[in-house]
Design a protein around this ligand. Structure first.
Ligand code: ADP
Length: 301
């Protein structure tokens, strides 16, 4: 089953153009949707999840017309929203059981089996009788995955799942996602580049409602090989460098400012070539799009 998004656009009533002619083809496996805050990721996720309408375009999931047949989508969809609220005074086992009833699992012993298996899979079985209010952020997210997996969905959408998780919990969550992404479409929306490089065989970069790139992370890095350059500078030199070069990122390392520059040829003295990371690809694409946008913008008077 493939998810095909074709020329999708959405403008909110206040005039914000959140999706601007988005087209994507998503095959089974983990797909990363990468973009900064405000890029339009949640708007796209909510539209695919049938929680909001688009103004134009189509979404096809296998033989389902997503925008016209929301009930059919909901039968094969698991969704973990950005803010996953839980009732604090109920246990994981009770709430999952409740969701299972809502999903239509009416046979009690079958339901118990499904709930127990999901609690095992998400590593929550030992704490299944604890109130959700006492769960850590990572445990809540894993519970969110357990409820999203109810009914064995063909399409799973997880919106910014690792923000706020500590490294151990993030790692555990990654392993869980990798496991569930083996035989269905899992779309992972995130602004964290390493979520995508760790997990996804396919990804897209989205910014200001537009798809800037789609493909596979290894090839994306290959495409900018020989074009990413690094040098350390003084902090007060940053603005000058930004004027002269396509500075795609700057960061502090051991008290020094290290910049990465995107350039087809050696930019000058003091720059050394580096092996591109997915972060370089991401920043280079966003930087190039911003340059195009600012060149097209009318000059402020
Ligand atoms: P992301 O998930 O990538 O952070 P969103 O899809 O949440 O991006 O937002 C895209 C743009 O649409 C942002 O400029 C945001 O402020 C705006 N936006 C999101 N939801 C609404 C809404 N309900 N009404 C108006 N503007 C919205």
């Amino acid at each position: 089953m493939e998810l095909v998004i074709d020329h999708l656009s959405k403008t909110y009533p206040n005039g914000t153009k959140a999706l601007n002619d988005v087209s994507l083809r998503i095959a089974p496996g983990m797909f990363g949707l990468l973009g900064p805050n405000g890029a339009g990721k949640s708007s796209l996720m909510r539209t695919i999840s049938t929680l909001q309408q688009a103004d134009a375009g189509t979404i096809q999931l296998g033989d389902i017309d997503v925008l016209r047949e929301p009930e059919r989508v909901r039968q094969v969809l698991g969704y973990l929203p950005q803010e996953f609220g839980v009732y604090p005074k109920i246990t994981a086992a009770e709430l999952l059981e409740h969701f299972a009833v809502l999903k239509g699992l009416s046979n009690k012993s079958e339901r118990r089996q499904v709930v127990d298996a999901l609690l095992q899979q998400t590593n929550l079985y030992q704490v299944r009788n604890k109130n959700l209010g006492g769960y850590s952020g990572g445990m809540k997210q894993r519970f969110g995955i357990a409820q999203a997996l109810l009914g064995n969905p063909k399409l799973i959408i997880v919106d910014e799942p690792t923000a706020g998780l500590d490294p151990t919990e993030r790692n555990r969550f990654h392993n869980l996602l990798a496991e569930i992404g083996e035989d269905r479409i899992v779309i992972l929306s995130t602004h964290i580049v390493s979520d995508v490089s760790d997990l996804c065989r396919q990804f897209a970069i989205i910014n200001k409602g537009q798809v800037l790139y789609t493909g596979d992370p290894l090839r994306a890095m290959e495409e900018v090989r020989g074009q990413i350059w690094r040098r350390s500078i003084r902090k007060d030199e940053l603005a000058t460098y930004q004027q002269q070069f396509a500075v795609i990122s700057s960061r502090l390392f051991a008290g020094q400012t290290i910049i990465h520059v995107h350039s087809l040829s050696q930019p000058g003295n003091g720059f050394e070539g580096v092996e591109p990371t997915l972060e370089d690809v991401y920043f280079a694409r966003i930087h190039a799009a911003e340059q195009v946008a600012s060149a097209a913008a009318p000059v402020a008077k």
